[in-house]
Design a protein around this ligand. Structure first.
Ligand SMILES: [Zn+2]
Length: 298
């Protein structure tokens, strides 16, 4: 970009024959460059269920959670204070690994936070300005922003199975009172899944994998380009998550939430069975596995 501007400037000053023509061409290139940049989209995975999406000049966040704990893997070097720019924040549900960093991020960015009534109560209690909280009370609620549209659908939280509960409780052991306190501070509330329509593409985000078959079949009536599906919270999560792909048939799936973000409450999920299943049963769906803080341009 710098080089392009330098060339234009140089040509303009030199006053050579045909300079006007060259300048026209360069301006045209600059125009095309700006147009392309405006169209470009970026998705960055922040670990857990957190994403940063940039479209044109707009930046929005989904379930951004960075603080994790000292044993978390992979390590997230970013802190909430590193997020200086965000225009909107969308929340799937009220658990700590989805909203604990919101008060700080919302205060710093002044972004509007779109969440359930329950999550809004928690956030207000934790000091988030109530004028920055938009409570979503209706299934199918939608709104338009510059460059994209967001729509919220009522969904459900995954039910932890006995095997996972038992092994997690064993790991938690003496830290149980602390974990209970955390669960009480951050109740789940109504779970929302989010659909974003950006530049003729549909991105659908789930923050927990408790959707019913009816819910997924209804959502499947609109084709999904990019599906973000969480892989945490159940011993058979790879089977459960692959059902989302079978029903919604997205062009691309981004698995997330598989990282060990808060041991011993969380666990690193081996997503290879999920990849195997999707590859076998839904060969038309591409799987995009992201590294923490990786940015994907498309
Ligand atoms: Zn949760």
């Amino acid at each position: 970009m710098k080089a392009l501007l330098h060339d234009i400037f140089k040509t303009f000053l030199s006053g050579k024959d045909g300079a006007d023509k060259v300048l026209d061409m360069k301006q045209q290139t600059l125009y095309e460059y700006k147009k392309k940049k405006k169209k470009q989209m970026e998705i960055k995975w922040l670990g857990t269920a957190g994403f940063r999406i940039k479209t044109g000049e707009t930046v929005f966040l989904i379930d951004p959670y960075l603080t994790r704990n000292q044993d978390a893997q992979p390590v997230q070097p970013l802190k909430p204070s590193d997020i200086e720019i965000a225009d909107h924040i969308f929340i799937s549900h009220g658990h700590f690994d989805h909203i604990a960093d919101i008060p700080e991020i919302a205060n710093q960015t002044k972004a509007m936070v779109y969440c359930s009534d329950g999550a809004a109560d928690t956030l207000e209690h934790l000091g988030t300005d109530k004028d920055q909280l938009k409570r979503i009370l209706e299934n199918g609620w939608e709104t338009s922003f510059e460059g994209f549209k967001a729509q919220a659908f009522f969904s459900d939280h995954i039910k932890f199975d006995k095997k996972l509960l038992f092994t997690t409780l064993l790991k938690i052991n003496l830290r149980l009172p602390q974990v209970i306190r955390m669960a009480k501070t951050f109740p789940c509330g109504q779970v929302l899944s989010w659909r974003f329509s950006i530049q003729n593409k549909i991105i659908h985000f789930f923050g927990s994998g408790g959707s019913s078959l009816t819910e997924l079949e209804k959502l499947a009536l609109t084709p999904v380009d990019i599906l973000m599906v969480p892989l945490q919270g159940h011993s058979n999560i790879c089977d459960i998550a692959s059902e989302y792909i079978r029903i919604l048939k997205p062009k691309i799936v981004i698995p997330h939430h598989q990282d060990d973000f808060y041991p011993p409450v969380s666990q690193q999920v081996d997503i290879r069975p999920f990849i195997k299943k999707v590859t076998r049963k839904c060969p038309d769906t591409k799987i995009k596995v992201m590294e923490i803080n990786e940015t994907w341009h498309f």
